[in-house]
Design a protein around this ligand. Sequence first.
Ligand code: FES
Length: 109
Amino acid sequence: MTPSDRDRQPSTPEERYISVCQHDSCQRNGSAEVLKAFQEAKLPPGVSVTGSGCLGQCSCGPTVKVNPDNIWYYRIKPSDVRAIVKQHLEKGEPIEDLLNPRIHMRFYY
Ligand code: FES
């Protein structure tokens, strides 16, 4: 296993907290439906979800933050929730295509 492989090991904290912004611009873009989709999903043990105030990423909403992973998802739709549950919350592998690029910067050479 190379050092970079080790860095990619899925995180498996015992508890995760999902915040779904329910403030102005996120709400206008459907965050209530995103929150409802998480609440209706079968979340793994130790995962909780709640609506939150503004998370400071208003132009990228609906914003979803997963802690303690410190993963920020952007422009989330209810149809994205199943993939977040299956890939991130169950396997510990955040979904790169949904990561907020303002926070999770990627560099290509
Ligand atoms: S309104 Fe949702 S991040 Fe600000």
